[in-house]
Design a binder for this molecule. Structure first.
Ligand code: ADP
Length: 421
């Protein structure tokens, strides 16, 4: 089955066409036929780019004013006689949509119906920066491809198995009952995918393993995956909490915020920008939010870059300890995302001195990890395995689409894990 995967942002639409089926999922042989995106939607010089394996990248610049026009353009280029990969857009048999926030309503991926669409709409208040754009893409794609099923895959769904003791904040309880303020967690598709792949790489059943997954990209989060189920994660009500990130602060004493507002006379909007755009690796180093540039600045002796790097790795280490405690032990630590997959230095620092948890890194394997390959980087005798697993969120979305349509989508809702209302 050819599945179109859509990921709609405020001014962008990313897409992939993935050929997959239940058998191909089992054999891990599903493949990407084309990938690309439209950027700068709403401007006169919007850019559509597409890559097809084995071909020269294709690009066109033209005015694309809104999401519907972007999806329309994507469908046209996919079915173009020269650049395309489909004989007609009607070859697309299903569409998988990335949805950032499913609130407490969605514990797994779902077929989009008018009721589901209304429920997604209700989650907009929880992710006002993301869900409206996701929804806009969904509405556009449904009107352009009305005869195929559409499936919504949520970043938050995998973490709905987290128990109340890990998701309720120490705030007045009415904030939870009235406004649903709680930990939701994000990057769920990635944490789920890499935990499943880690078990495959180790040749052991997922149901026997306690895995700590570290998704380190521009946004960073970790999850404690206990026998296949997320039981804790570092991101919270929003993607701000937890690890240090490219431009986000991660954990901090919340009392700093009113203090800064008073002392620096900043507005709420400025405070938000400070936390999300001017903090993290960038804020501490003053150099960059990009780990490659941080590492280069460290080599050149920039002390603030060194500090930013150390804080970044230290937080990962701290959470490995915390999540080992949460699960009563750990069998594997898995790294993924742009930094997790490509930075031997971060991986080494993050697990250094953790022999007490049975973690023994194979320094050579860590330094020479082949790009894009699932690799074990712990020593053969290491009690706790350390793995590098390239993530592929689009593939998870395509797979979930097939699974939902095939009626085999496992539900991740855990009876009895709700907090009292
Ligand atoms: P996003 O979260 O936007 O999907 P990615 O997963 O692509 O981002 O990760 C981007 C991060 O990966 C950047 O900080 C980038 O510097 C880092 N990265 C990519 N390649 C390397 C590398 N070879 N060494 C260190 N960091 C890298």
């Amino acid at each position: 089955m050819k599945v179109l995967v859509l990921n709609c942002g405020s001014s962008s639409v990313k897409f992939q066409v993935i050929e997959t089926s239940l058998d191909m999922i089992e054999a891990d042989t599903d493949r990407t036929l084309a990938r690309g995106g439209v950027e700068k939607i709403g401007l006169s010089d919007s850019r559509l780019a597409m890559e097809v394996p084995g071909r020269k990248p294709y690009q066109e610049i033209a005015e694309i004013l809104e999401h519907r026009a972007a999806v329309e353009r994507i469908l046209r280029v996919l079915a173009h006689p020269q650049q395309g990969v489909l004989s007609a857009a009607s070859e697309i048999e299903a569409v998988g949509h990335r949805m950032v926030h499913g609130g407490e309503k969605f514990a797994s991926s779902v077929l989009v119906t008018p009721e589901v669409e209304a429920m997604i709409e209700e989650c907009v208040v929880l992710a006002p920066l993301h869900n409206p754009h996701n929804l806009r893409g969904l509405v556009a794609a449904r009107s352009l491809l009305p005869n195929v099923p559409h499936v919504a895959v949520f970043d938050t769904a995998f973490h709905q198995s987290i128990p109340p003791r890990a998701f309720v904040y120490g705030l007045p309880y009415e904030l939870y009952t009235r406004h649903s303020i709680r930990r939701y967690g994000f990057h769920g598709t990635s944490h789920r995918f890499v935990s499943i792949r880690t078990a495959k790489l180790l040749g052991r059943p997922l149901e026997d393993l306690r895995i700590i997954t570290c998704h380190l990209g521009n946004g960073c989060s970790m999850a404690a995956v206990d026998r296949g189920r997320s039981v804790d994660t570092t991101m919270g009500f929003t993607p701000l909490e937890g690890l240090l990130m490219g431009t986000r602060s991660g954990d901090l004493d919340a009392a700093i915020l009113p203090w800064v507002m008073a002392m620096e006379e900043v507005t709420l909007a400025q405070l938000n920008a400070m936390l999300n755009k001017h903090s993290g690796l960038y804020g501490i180093s003053g150099v960059s939010s990009d780990m490659r540039e941080i590492e280069a600045a460290c080599k050149a002796g920039n002390k603030r870059a060194v500090l930013a790097f150390e804080i970044f790795c230290y937080r990962i280490k701290k959470y490995i300890g915390a999540y080992a405690a949460a699960m009563g032990g750990v069998d594997a630590v898995t790294f993924t995302g742009g930094i997790g997959e490509n930075s031997p230095l971060v991986r080494e620092q993050a697990v250094s001195g953790m022999e007490f948890l049975g973690i023994e890194l194979d320094q050579e394997a860590n330094r020479t990890t082949p790009r894009g390959k699932e690799t074990l980087i712990s020593r053969p005798g290491s009690r706790t395995a350390v793995a590098v697993i390239p993530t592929n969120e689009e593939r998870v979305i395509a797979r979930d689409t097939v699974r939902v349509l095939g009626g085999v989508m496992p539900s991740f809702s855990v009876p009895g894990n709700e907090a009292p209302r």
